[in-house]
Design a protein around this ligand. Structure first.
Ligand code: F6P
Length: 324
């Protein structure tokens, strides 16, 4: 493998730049030419790319976002779009791709790799942490720390005013941001898409809770089945007229900011492992870290969301015990 392309795709995540840096520098270390494609799969289709040298990734390890930009590319979902992408790649003599993203990115990579038999390795870059085959995805640690920072501030004002806050965090299909950050902020309740009993439990808990304690934080994942923070808020307002309820939606601040040290290190390690995977003939896999070890998991497995139904009861039990 002499020439490789690297791209970031889907929602950005803090640490993507650290991953790009690692892929570029490791590629150069193994005598490859590394080309950065702009705006994810769109870059393959419109042939927007540039040669990356050692210096092109200097001073980016600490930066949020992605210097290669990103997109959710509709045309790559079509066979015609992928055919153009392949034609361009061939013309540019690209031998392999490294794609950094989440389940949408790997779904595309999986199809493309099978259709055209081009070596592709994936790096898990998403704040959602919802991929199988890695304990943590790049960006998750930073995102949950952003949530914890924000909710600590909300807790101050909630406490002063004796208010109940419903805080919505990201996670359209996954409650992992809500679960871990909720425990980190000492939330009184956590509602996630994966658990349908959450709201009933929460109502029971609020009914039986400390009568003189009104400051409460409920963390709701964006994809919660009750329909997000506003629906939960309306329901709780009806049930508990005595509570002074406020709603706060954290939104895209969770996707930005300097990556944490954990995310930088994970991205650096996985970036090198991606290149070494290609050197050793691996393809169609995502590189992750499981119990401290590097693991290569086929895209088809990685995109089967981590089964959080297995972990959520234990986490939710913690919340119940600790918010007495
Ligand atoms: O997948 C990452 C994520 O941040 C999800 O948690 C969220 O639901 C989604 O992306 C938001 O996407 P967009 O920025 O395209 O609105």
């Amino acid at each position: 493998i002499k020439n490789i392309g690297v791209l970031t795709s889907g929602g950005d995540a803090p640490g993507m730049n650290a991953a790009i840096r690692a892929v570029v520098r490791a590629g150069i270390y193994y005598d490859m030419n590394v080309y950065g494609y702009i705006r994810g799969y769109e870059g393959l289709i419109v042939n927007d790319f540039m040669l990356m040298d050692r210096k092109s990734v200097a001073n980016i390890i600490q930066r949020g976002g992605t210097i290669l930009k990103t997109a959710r590319c509709e045309s790559f979902r079509t066979a015609e779009g992928r055919a153009i992408a392949y034609k361009n790649i061939k013309q540019n003599n690209i031998d392999a791709l490294v794609v950094i993203g989440g389940d949408g990115t790997f779904t595309g990579a999986h199809i493309f790799e099978e259709e055209y038999n081009i070596p592709i390795i994936g790096l898990p870059g998403t704040i959602d942490n919802d991929l199988a085959g890695t304990d943590f995805t790049i960006g998750y640690d930073t995102a949950i720390n952003t949530v914890v920072d924000a909710v600590d501030k909300i807790r101050d004002t909630a406490e002063s005013h004796d208010r109940l806050f419903i805080v919505e965090v990201m996670g359209r299909d996954s409650g992992l941001i809500a679960l871990r950050s909720g425990i980190g902020v000492g939330a009184e309740g956590i509602l996630i898409p994966e658990s349908s009993v959450g709201l009933d439990d929460l109502v029971k808990k609020l009914e039986g809770g400390r009568k003189n304690k009104f400051s409460k934080i409920i963390i709701v994942a964006e994809g919660d089945i009750e329909g997000g923070a506003f629906s939960v808020g309306n329901l709780l307002k009806e049930k508990f007229p005595a509570y002074d309820i406020r709603i706060s939606i954290l939104g895209h601040i969770q996707r930005g900011g300097k990556p944490s040290c954990m995310d930088r290190v994970l991205a650096s390690r996985l970036g090198v492992a991606a290149i070494e995977g290609l050197v050793h003939g691996k393809s169609g896999v995502m590189v992750g870290q499981i119990h401290k070890d590097i693991a290569y998991t086929p895209f088809s497995q990685a995109i089967k969301h981590l089964d959080i139904n297995q972990v959520s009861p234990a986490w939710l039990r913690l919340v119940n015990i600790l918010s007495l």
